[in-house]
Design a protein around this ligand. Structure first.
Ligand SMILES: *Cc1c(COP(=O)(O)O)cnc(C)c1O
Length: 235
């Protein structure tokens, strides 16, 4: 795992990005999670070559996206839990949504995509380890919902996303990440051939996630520093 030693703290964002990049294969997409940081820090990461940015609140990210409109080739990823009343805005604003975590949200997105004529790439958020604090389909729930999901022809579902519960050992984390990949393979064998992306791994566990087959990692604090508040819920 990449660990920042004390002398890397205060390092420019570019140096941190180099360290992470050096640790992951080039084909793994690095989503820089900018939810707690400033637009200046986003610009620094952009200057260092990052084009994928992740946000967890629809309204905060709107402000950022407006200020950064001159950086026209940024791909914006919605990674936070999405309330129904924010779905319209999320579809309008984001290129990817990683957090489709329930059938009712999928159905709503299907209608909105038709209406808005904009179709972001979608990931289904799964929860393959017990975690009272996170949402997402269990494997059984997702398999049960597949027939209904299949009917939603406007959705561009390209993969799975997962967030691990806190406090797992490395071996446990690897096992859970691996099970996400196995579920994706199972879905492909059932005809869901577009389920190719695995969005998994954050600052603390991205190296394990990559070993277990992640195609995209979502890294915030290891790039931008640790944020004072950790509250992903929309106000
Ligand atoms: C905040 C967040 C991240 C990034 O977390 P870090 O530990 O700061 O890297 C990744 N994924 C999701 C869903 C998040 O909400």
């Amino acid at each position: 795992m990449t660990e920042f030693t004390s002398d890397s703290i205060g390092c420019p964002i570019a140096d941190r990005l180099h360290l992470i990049r050096a640790n992951i294969p080039p084909e793994v997409k690095l989503v820089a999670v900018s939810k707690y940081t400033t637009t200046d820090a986003v610009r620094a990461a952009y200057a260092a070559g990052i084009r994928n940015f992740g946000e967890s609140r629809v309204q905060d990210s709107k402000i950022k996206q407006t200020e950064l409109a001159d950086l026209a080739d940024i791909t914006w990823h919605m990674i936070g839990s999405l309330q129904s009343n924010k779905a319209r805005q999320a579809i309008a604003q984001f290129d990817w949504i990683h957090s489709i975590d329930r059938l009712s949200l999928a159905e709503q997105c299907d209608r909105l995509i038709q209406e808005l004529g904009k179709s972001p790439k979608l990931l289904l958020q799964v929860k393959l380890a017990e975690d009272p604090n996170k949402s997402g389909w269990t494997e059984a729930e997702l398999l049960a919902d597949l027939p209904e999901l299949k009917k939603l022809q406007n959705l561009n579902i390209v993969g799975l996303m997962s967030i691990l519960p806190l406090g797992l050992s490395e071996a446990q984390a690897y096992e859970v990440f691996e099970s996400v990949g196995k579920l994706a393979a199972k879905l492909r064998s059932l005809g869901w051939n577009n389920i190719q992306e695995l969005s998994m791994g954050m600052s603390a566990d991205y190296a394990i996630a990559v070993k277990a087959g992640a195609t995209m990692i979502r890294v915030g604090s290891q790039i931008f520093g640790v944020a004072p508040i950790h509250n992903d819920r929309e106000k």
